[in-house]
Design a protein around this ligand. Structure first.
Ligand code: ADP
Length: 542
């Protein structure tokens, strides 16, 4: 017997319609590429998203055609999120930090028809347009009077002239909720990038889940500043969850430096922010250097790479801001786990609480996870046993766009490529990417643990731990370290700093001081590149 409830497809257009009707006067504030602050409401935004949909119709784009963006976090990008997907086309957010060759490859692979870009990326567009065979229309996200002349980019028009002549009335179409809504290519550290193709259903379910109190905990009373980019994994779904809750949105545009982010947070009374550790490091640096405090910020979600304990402590102890450590990936829309404590942890001493906060957290309803050994056998949840992490759920990929890479699933589970432990309360702790695990004398050393200890040293700005070959132990850990400007620490002092903080055999054998650690397009340390740079390195005494 079937239930007798109404069947209504979960469509992204429903989110903006809801926000317009129930939170029409809630604000969306953006720092623009032009440098000024733009301010309007969900109601204004919904009207302009409908203009986008009409403008796409005028270009004769058909259902599921891809519309690409190269854009910062801002109101026009937000309108495209809804106008493109809501009208049945697929929003393809491109990461501008990728190499131009990769961007051209991705645009061709996705068969993008239109490319909308912020003017900051004009040089990039000029460099790649002749290689983007399928793109017929280039749209600069600016006013008509800002449109560059003689840019050499074919069929270039301004966004404002493109949508300006279109009516703000449009009936969002109804279609199968499993229809593709947006796509995002992984960084392709191994081989060509592959695209996760999100659906209306997966994005809406993810938006519901992300907003839950033990997840991102978003409400109409929040003012949210996503520093996580809308060009990578839909800014962790915040543009959708914000509309679902009616939260005020504050977009930082291109200005990611500590001063700009801090000033925007204070001016717009931001209560909630989300970003990767490298961005927060710049923000905390600005606060310390200028002796500043937050007056409204209460919580920040940090993920994308492991959040060092020193950062959790600084936010909590010095600024009264709660850090929610999150884990996920492009293939998971991206949220998998988020770390909030349970009531039973209230009585724990602070250092025990910190041990839990450092973990990547508990699975969100909708994400099932397990750790397995090399034979695929499930391992116990004891907080000690390491294994390969597998996940499944309705917002996790089952295949990549155009079938690239074959069938990624193993018995219905997606292998994340991460290694971790899960404790009896279900808290996941990521110890490494499987390719970064250091195997020493038959035991595993977590490079994340070693890096966390190193960055707790006051003179260390960044640290990357890698394994190097050793005749007796197979591999031994060393750390590449970037010192903070004007600070100094010797190799011996840094190695001594590890004493008592980890088991003796896990202490790195050597420290290599470097000017910078190579970062990938999503701001993560590129250990493959670091290994190449250090390929002639030899451990002392070997
Ligand atoms: P990419 O496109 O580079 O794969 P993703 O954003 O999809 O970028 O990266 C996902 C990976 O980032 C995860 O598989 C994991 O290795 C790492 N990661 C994400 N969040 C965390 C975290 N909180 N702690 C440790 N690693 C993390």
């Amino acid at each position: 017997m079937l239930g007798l409830m109404q069947s209504q497809p979960l469509l992204i257009s429903g989110l903006i319609e809801f926000a317009e009707r129930h939170h029409g006067d809630a604000e969306i504030v953006s720092r623009r590429v032009e440098g000024d602050i733009h301010r309007y409401t969900y109601k204004d935004s919904a009207g302009r998203a409908r203009q986008v949909a009409n403008a796409l119709d005028s270009l004769k784009l058909v259902f599921s055609d891809r519309v690409a963006t190269l854009a910062w976090n801002g109101y026009r990008h937000f309108e495209l999120y809804y106008g493109v997907s809501g009208s049945g086309r697929v929003l393809h957010t491109i990461n501008p930090r990728l190499h131009p060759d990769q961007i051209a490859w991705i645009a061709n692979h996705a068969e993008d028809q239109v490319l909308c870009f912020d003017l900051s990326f004009l040089p990039l567009v000029q460099a790649v347009h002749s290689r983007c065979a399928t793109i017929k229309h280039y749209i600069a996200l600016c006013d008509q009077d800002k449109l560059p002349k003689d840019s050499g980019v074919p069929n270039l028009i301004s966004y404002e002239s493109w949508i300006g002549t279109q009516p703000g009335t449009y009936t969002w179409p109804t279609f199968d909720e499993n229809t593709a809504s947006s796509m995002c290519y992984t960084s392709g550290t191994t081989g060509n990038p592959k695209a996760a193709l999100y659906s209306h259903r997966s994005s809406t379910l993810h938006a519901y889940a992300a907003a839950l109190p033990d997840v991102m905990g978003m409400s109409a009373r929040d003012a949210i500043l996503p520093v996580v980019p809308m060009f990578h994994v839909n800014a962790w779904g915040i543009p959708y969850s914000a509309a679902l809750t009616g939260a005020k949105l504050v977009f930082p545009g291109p200005a990611m430096d500590g001063k700009s982010i801090y000033e925007l947070m204070e001016a717009e009374k931001v209560t909630y922010a989300a970003g990767v550790p490298t961005v927060w490091q710049m923000l905390l640096g600005h606060l310390t250097a200028n002796n500043l405090k937050f007056s409204t910020l209460k919580r920040t979600v940090i993920g994308g790479s492991a959040c060092p304990p020193a950062m959790i402590k600084a936010f909590n102890d010095d600024y009264g801001v709660e850090v929610l450590h999150a884990w996920g990936m492009t293939e998971m829309s991206p949220l998998g786990t988020l770390c909030t404590l349970k009531n039973k942890h209230d009585a724990l001493p602070d250092d025990e609480k910190m041990k839990i906060r450092l973990k990547q957290g508990r699975a969100i309803y909708g994400v099932d996870m397990k750790i397995v050994d090399e034979a695929g056998k499930e391992l116990p949840w004891d907080g000690k046993t390491y294994g390969d992490l597998y996940v499944k759920g309705p917002w996790i990929v089952r295949a990549y766009f155009k079938g690239e890479g074959g069938d990624p699933l193993v018995d219905g589970w997606f292998p994340t490529g991460d290694v971790g432990t899960i404790d009896a309360d279900g808290y996941l702790q990521i110890t490494d990417r499987s390719k970064d695990v250091i195997k020493s004398g038959g035991e595993w050393i977590s490079s994340i643990d070693i890096e966390n200890i190193a960055v707790a040293h006051p003179a260390v700005a960044m640290a990357a731990c890698i394994g190097v070959l050793h005749p007796k132990w197979d591999e031994r850990p060393i750390i590449a370290v970037v010192k903070k400007p004007g600070m100094d620490v010797s190799r011996e002092a840094l190695i001594a700093f590890f004493e008592g903080k980890t088991a003796k055999w896990q202490i790195p054998d050597d420290v290599v001081f470097v000017d910078a650690i190579p970062l990938g397009a999503t701001g993560k340390m590129l250990k493959t590149r670091l290994r190449e740079i250090l390929k002639d390195y030899k451990l002392p005494g070997t």
